[in-house]
Design a protein. Structure first.
Length: 114
């Protein structure tokens, strides 16, 4: 099983980024998936989830600015981020889980400069 996240980078306040997470080795379309982030010195926190049925949920910090989506045919999870703020700076991790199994990607760094 592999979750390969990419798309992070350095962006100015107010900018946008699109993260991608390509999955392999799992039956992606039945997995519940999500994005989490971890800032320096802080615990990992939920950003957004989208379940196998396509229902999305967002952390309050992400509502109205981030959009999570998935393409089951491509086995890929996305996170479109806009109106980025310095407090969004973190390593972003994708995850997939179902039936007691939980998989994590390696993380992609997002840095928002003020």
């Amino acid at each position: 099983v592999q979750l390969q996240a990419c798309g992070g980078g350095l962006v100015q306040t107010g900018g946008s980024l699109r993260l991608s997470c390509a999955a392999s080795g799992i039956v992606f379309d039945i997995m519940n998936t999500g994005w989490y982030r971890q800032a320096p010195g802080k615990q990992r926190e939920l950003v957004a989830t989208i379940n196998a049925g396509g229902v999305a949920n967002y952390a309050d910090s992400a509502k109205g600015r981030f959009t999570i989506s998935r393409d089951n045919a491509k086995k890929t999870l996305y996170l479109q981020m806009s109106s980025l703020k310095p407090e969004d700076t973190a390593i972003y991790y994708c995850s997939a889980n179902r039936f007691g199994a939980n998989y994590w990607g390696q993380g992609t760094q997002v840095t928002v400069s003020s």
